[in-house]
Design a protein around this ligand. Structure first.
Ligand SMILES: [Zn+2]
Length: 454
């Protein structure tokens, strides 16, 4: 009789750098290629008592703690008992580098006093031009720290507050100099955000001047953003700029249909843009084009919230209807049509001064009436897809970069329900612990320790 011995190598656990174990819920956000859409948005994969094995900054395996403990050993083991573990959050739309603050303008909005977003943007142009590169860099680094401590591990940033070539390039250079920060920054050139007053009546000449900047901008930025909106540029101007940007090797993003329907969503789909953002007035026909093209709809609930667009006003003591009461049904239509939807902070000093993706997620659920599962997909895998990075981040899957957030709460719905405080416990970026927030830790679930244990 032949005796078969177990191969000794198979019984020896494989060595990895880090094991995260005992997560109350491991929220993988794993979904079909092309992002979570339609019914898939509501299918959130959760592994109870989940674990992740990490080596060389990448995820080696995802499963239950029992399975991974059997298969892997590590010098560093982090217990996430009583905690949710999710992918790092991806913020796909910010105006990170800028000078000044616009809180004064917001008080005018609260008081119903006349104000103009256009004037507000010009104020930021002035503050940004007056700021040195050192000051802009110091502020951007401090802002990235805030984003990181709220769970963001990848963040897109746009230029656009430069009133001339020199300032625009300074903003992109500052962004390029942020590479040593743990948050991975993706740069976008947004030279044609708004028509400068000196070009009034000569928007074609202004677009020419932006096209002239593209060869230099393309060395610093991966994407070019164009604004197809009644307060932006025309379809012909946006097409000319987008085609020139594509020739310069850049991907395209679109600020679309924020203040009225300009065909921005359909244009984004037609031209093969990676994303169309805002979309408040997108037509159903254009949303169908987006669903067919795979262009990601990046929603900005922080803007809706901060501009008071979904709550009644009280002009002269008389109640007035919300100006964008149609937004929840518009977002429901996007889901129904199968548009890939994502959520961002749209961090900027005027219309959405927050760096917290948690806040953006909470507002997306609250204002647009979305489910917890939908919002988790929007802030992770779908946001990563809008940046062309869903192949290596946005979900917890073998082979992807090990960007993880450990949350202070044991259930993923609590992250969306408990608004207004930072619920991040620990942030892991490419396999390294890069942020910890001890305040509030220990309030939920089992006792646990994040002190490395063998
Ligand atoms: Zn924006």
């Amino acid at each position: 009789m032949e005796t078969r011995c177990a191969d000794p190598d198979l019984s020896v656990p494989e060595a990895v750098d880090l094991l995260v174990v005992d997560a109350a819920e491991l929220v993988t956000c794993r979904t079909a290629p092309g992002g979570a859409r339609g019914a898939d948005l509501d299918r959130l994969e959760i592994i109870p008592r989940g674990a992740v094995a990490i080596r060389g900054g990448r995820i080696v395996a995802v499963g239950t703690t029992e399975e991974l403990r059997r298969t892997f050993r590590a010098d560093t083991v982090l217990s996430a008992a009583g905690r949710v573990v999710s992918p790092g959050l991806v913020d796909p739309h910010t105006h990170l580098v800028h000078g000044g603050s616009r809180h004064v303008e917001w008080e005018h909005l609260l008081a119903n006093r006349p104000r103009s977003i256009d004037d507000g943007i010009r104020t930021t142009f002035e503050h940004t031009a007056a700021a040195s590169a050192e000051l802009l860099r110091a502020r951007a680094l401090a802002d990235l720290d805030v984003a990181l401590h709220h769970g963001t591990t990848t963040l897109e940033m746009k230029s656009g507050y430069g009133r001339d070539r020199a300032v625009e390039m300074r903003l992109l250079e500052v962004a390029a100099g942020l590479r040593d920060h743990p948050v991975d920054v993706v740069s976008t050139f947004f030279g044609a955000q708004v028509l400068p007053s000196e070009f009034r009546g000569r928007s074609g000449a202004f677009i020419d001047s932006i096209i002239d900047m593209l060869p230099e901008a393309a060395t610093l930025a991966e994407y070019c953003d164009v604004c197809l909106d009644p307060i932006g540029f025309t379809l012909a101007e946006c097409t000319r700029l987008a085609e020139a940007a594509r020739e310069a090797g850049m991907g395209i993003r679109v600020h679309a249909d924020q203040t009225g329907c300009a065909g921005g969503a359909g244009f984004a789909a037609d031209i093969g843009a990676a994303s169309a953002d805002h979309l408040d007035y997108a037509s159903e026909a254009d949303l169908r084009k987006m669903a067919a093209s795979g262009c990601v709809a990046v929603l900005v609930p922080g803007v809706t919230h901060h501009l008071l667009e979904l709550i009644p006003g009280a002009g002269g003591g008389t109640p007035t209807l919300p100006v964008k009461g149609f937004l929840p049904s518009l977002v429901a239509k996007m889901v129904e049509l199968g548009v890939c939807i994502a959520v961002s902070t749209d961090y900027n000093p005027g219309t959405s001064p927050t760096l917290s993706m948690q806040t953006a997620m909470q507002l997306a659920a609250r204002l647009f009436r979305l489910s917890y599962a939908q919002v988790w997909h929007m802030a992770t895998i779908n946001a990563a897809k809008s940046l062309g990075r869903d192949h290596d981040r946005g979900s917890l899957e073998p082979g992807k970069i090990a960007d993880l957030v450990v949350w202070q709460v044991p259930e993923h719905g609590m992250v969306l329900n408990r608004f207004g405080t930072n619920l991040v416990d620990t942030v892991i970026r490419a396999g390294e612990v890069v942020a910890r927030n001890p305040v509030g830790s220990g309030a939920w679930g089992e006792e646990r320790s994040l002190t490395p244990t063998t």
